[in-house]
Design a protein around this ligand. Sequence first.
Ligand code: PLP
Length: 386
Amino acid sequence: MIYADYNGSAPLHPKVTEYLINRIPNGPYANPNAIHSMGRKMNFGMEKCRTICANLLGAQVSQVSFNSGASEGISHVFHSVLSDRKDGKNIIITSGIEHSAVLNACSYYSENRGYKTLVVDTLESGVIDFKHYTKLMKEHKGKVALVSIMAANNETGVIQPYKEIATVSEEMGSEFFCDTTQYVGKTEFNFKDSNVDYAVISGHKVGAIIGSGILLAKTNHQMKPLIFGGAVQEYGIRGGTQNYIGAETLAVALQAFESDKKELKRVSELRVQFEQNMKKKYPGLYIVGENANRLANTTMVSNPGIHGQAVQIELESNDIFVTTSSACSDNEPVTSKVLKSMGIDDKVGRGIIRISFCTGTTAQTYKQVEEALTNAYEKLAKIHSY
Ligand code: PLP
């Protein structure tokens, strides 16, 4: 079986599995807010995890709050920055390649709370049009409440100029939320150096357990709780008994990435080799973001005329699991909104498949995918599905 949907959800990192195998049967379990010694022990453990995560992410300990994942973090940022503004700033700037958690938050605040959302253009490479972004920021200086642009796209893997976006946002007096869900755990990230105001991490994208996550906020005390609860829980900005097991797995997974990251160059070379081999066989093959700076693990290709979903099913019959766009929009067999915003037409869009691996991927795995994909294209070319 070859699982090639790490951008959708990563299996537990082997080190996390090993950790949990000891942790689950042996405990300890207790409410980390209780003052008995068991509770204090849990609290101590959780705070140790917070310190580990903060150090690995280049953040201060007080900037790290644990939550359930990226969608929660995104809603939390939008709610905190936009729900109760009194300074007249009424513009949100985002891009057309954002995850639906961001785009739907923008729609909510535009449709119900009087904000205007402006969308930065995307270039065909998959990178946002930085000139257009700067133009919008200058035109609306003093009115932009929030900039929300991601660090790396979940479908294409294309990396965005988020540090430069942060600099402009700061100069223009706006707050910048960067959706780092796909970036963290796949390449180096340092919160302090990035100069972004808010970032998010999703446990199930980095090999920790599902339902765990981190919100990084430059100034945590400005956050307004989405979930009300005890004042001591997550600095009072996120109520509910903390998911301390989730926090532990986040610390283990992020630590594991520290040694895995030396594999990134190798994985990136394997990906490039795979794409070149496929292109040699199929000169009409479209590689999304081919010349852009991309995450090492992500390939998105289309062989126009051969339907992506047919390819997906064909690969699945060989126990190879890919998606046609992102996991969330895979049930819509149309060109994804991300690709559309890059100007990619249906001819390419309908043929798309996404292959996303982890840092441990081997040459053998890529070889198997190459063979299976070639077989699928050969078989399906006879049918010519669109
Ligand atoms: N942002 C991006 C870029 C994503 O890829 C995802 C997940 O697919 C999310 C946000 C939402 O993450 P979660 O599943 O942790 O809520």
